[in-house]
Design a protein around this ligand. Structure first.
Ligand code: GLC
Length: 591
């Protein structure tokens, strides 16, 4: 039997497709169907215990029948592809991203692109990450060799290669990347040439595997690209429009990874030429806003080019960062105008929950906190960190008072306004609230107002400070995450790993990861609320505070359950592998 390592390890998040495969394997000769046909094949009837048939077969026999069929299917599928074993295979993987931590980061995208590639490399894949070189990164002496320069998109670019954690980090050098302001914007707004900068990144990333020698050989054209967010969304478009017609990248596949659908890279229609696409490819990116949402100049009549749409309409598969978000983006409420397109590609869309970097976020080794702790001594460890934070922030040093944290951008998505909306109720009680973040000017002023009004109970730290975010996570009893939408969210994962209970809006990745506390069954790792209103938020906060104050044993057990969850990247990496296998066993979606 050839057992599939990827399928054997694949978790529930890609379960929808797994079930298809398992079920069809019982009745359909999979070897004769392409993967897409397999997904279209009618679902056969599978007896379950509740159908009453189980009494005849006996439940265990049914399970045996299933697993035998699954094994047969795995063997058959592997056999179909003969010399190219798409299931146990290792791949040449090329991440294309605008951000990669620790070198460049404005949010979770940078973290994911800094952590997932090493996890895949550790599983035996050859992994390259291509990102802009926004500054002269201090990675020497491990920089491998001198810069390699090539012609690309009518200009000259350079590649700098740095190798660490088993990954080839390739930084694209071009005068348009370094800026005195932020990565995408400065105090005057977003940069006017972002379309050009990220078009160039996509084309550079398509050249790197062909032209850059790494340890004596190029990656070659049999790659799986992971194009992250709109900045990299032109990768599958160029594969289909420019490279495959030229005979290159016939075996390559491109997966679009959506971290946040709200940002789509939308530009004026006349900028279509900037992409340098062959004639006839307008349709891949053209975008028409409905009259009530018109954007851009009056004479454009709501027409635009939409970079992310290019990726959605051409990628071989689409992945988003949680199963909940994969569902939400197919609805009018969460689709940001893309819901119909995404629904039409639902069969190729999966949610894979992000992991966390356990070297960076681990209470037993964290260098930013005063007392390291683990599940065996977390009560004492958290108490010491709480006392230290209260002292540092000049709050009354009281162990019994619930310490509540909020860490995040002060903007509409993160729901910082809901925190401020809850403040008059919350801070009339005996609690302490510590907020950390920057963002909208009015919300920043709100934080200052809060601190001035409740000097003994609240601190609003306007700014971003990595050590402080670790200290709050370790010291707090509750962490607030009232995000209006949250594709995955990382802070709730960090919080649970540190024994801090999240209080979160039940949306996207938050709903997938924060299991609501059930006092009767003794389950759950936090509290979730919906709808996303101040009233619902206050109501659930009341429950959380009551549990903290009146039922400390239950609260401790909840903290323990959170700390036990496995959020390591290896799990996500194995699910990505499964998806690579699916992408490879199908013909390219767009030839
Ligand atoms: C974006 C999303 C966030 C997600 C992160 C990493 O920042 O808003 O929810 O965790 O990307 O995928």
């Amino acid at each position: 039997m050839v057992q599939s390592r990827a399928f054997a390890k694949a978790g529930t998040h890609v379960g929808r497709h797994r079930q298809h495969r398992t079920v069809e394997a019982v009745f359909v000769p999979v070897s004769r169907l392409s993967f897409r046909q397999k997904q279209r094949a009618p679902k056969p009837f599978v007896p379950r215990a509740s159908d009453g048939i189980a009494t005849y077969f006996g439940e265990s026999k049914l399970a045996d029948r299933h697993s035998a069929a699954t094994e047969a299917s795995s063997a058959e599928t592997t056999h179909v592809h003969g010399d190219r074993d798409t299931i146990n295979a290792t791949y040449n993987i090329v991440f294309v991203t605008a951000e990669v931590a620790p070198w460049s980061k404005t949010g979770g995208l940078g973290d994911v692109c800094g952590s997932l590639p090493p996890a895949l490399a550790a599983r035996g894949h050859r992994v390259m990450v291509v990102a802009p070189r926004y500054a002269e990164y201090d990675v020497t002496p491990v920089d491998q060799g001198p810069k390699k320069s090539i012609a690309c998109h009518g200009t000259e670019i350079g590649f700098y290669l740095h190798q660490s954690k088993g990954v080839d980090w390739v930084f694209v050098d071009h005068p348009s990347y370094p800026r005195p302001g932020g990565i995408y914007a400065d105090q005057y707004g977003v940069y006017g040439d972002n379309q050009y900068r990220y078009t160039l990144l996509c084309l550079a990333a398509l050249e790197a595997p062909l032209q850059l020698e790494v340890n004596g050989s190029v990656y070659g054209d049999d790659c799986v690209f992971i194009a992250n967010d709109w900045h990299a969304a032109m990768v599958p478009v160029y594969l289909a429009a420019k490279y495959r017609p030229g005979g290159v990248y016939q075996d390559a596949r491109a997966i679009l990874a959506i971290h946040n659908l709200r940002h789509q890279g939308v530009f004026a229609p006349k900028t279509f030429v900037e992409y340098g696409l062959p004639a006839g490819w307008n349709g891949a990116v053209e975008w028409q806003y409905p009259p009530h949402q018109r954007q851009g100049a009056y004479e454009e009549e709501g027409r635009a080019v939409n970079t992310l749409k290019g990726g959605i309409s051409t990628a071989d598969r689409i992945v988003t960062v949680s199963p909940g978000y994969a569902w939400e983006i197919q609805t009018p409420e969460g689709g940001w105008g893309m819901e119909s397109m995404l629904t039409s590609r639902a069969y190729a869309l999966n949610g894979v929950l992000n992991g966390i970097d356990t070297q960076e976020w681990n209470p037993s080794t964290d260098k930013h906190i005063v007392k390291n702790y683990s599940i065996s001594n977390f009560s004492r460890g958290k108490a010491e960190n709480k006392a230290a934070l209260q002292k540092e922030l000049s709050l009354p040093e009281r162990p019994e008072v619930p310490l509540i944290g909020f860490i995040g951008r002060l903007d509409y998505q993160k729901g910082a306004d809901l925190v401020l909306g809850a403040v008059p109720w919350l801070l009339e009680q005996d609690v302490q609230l510590v907020c950390l973040g920057t963002g909208d000017v009015s919300l920043e002023s709100g934080m200052r107002w809060m601190e001035n009004t409740y000097p003994d109970r609240a601190r609003g730290w306007v700014g971003f400070n990595v050590p402080m975010s670790h200290k709050i996570t370790a010291a707090a009893d509750l962490l607030l995450m009232p995000s209006r939408f949250e594709p995955c969210g990382l802070n709730q994962l960090y919080a649970m790993a540190y024994g801090t209970a999240p209080v979160a809006h039940a949306t996207g990745g938050l709903r997938d990861t924060v299991l609501p506390f059930n006092p009767w069954e003794g389950t759950g790792t936090g509290w979730t609320f919906t709808p996303c209103t101040v009233e619902a938020f206050i109501s659930i906060l009341g429950n959380a505070l009551e549990t903290f104050r009146e039922h400390s044993d239950s609260f401790r057990a909840l903290q323990q359950r959170g700390m036990q969850i496995d959020f390591t990247w290896d799990k996500a990496a194995s699910e990505y592998e499964t998806i690579f296998g699916w992408a490879k066993m199908d013909a390219p979606y767009c030839k």
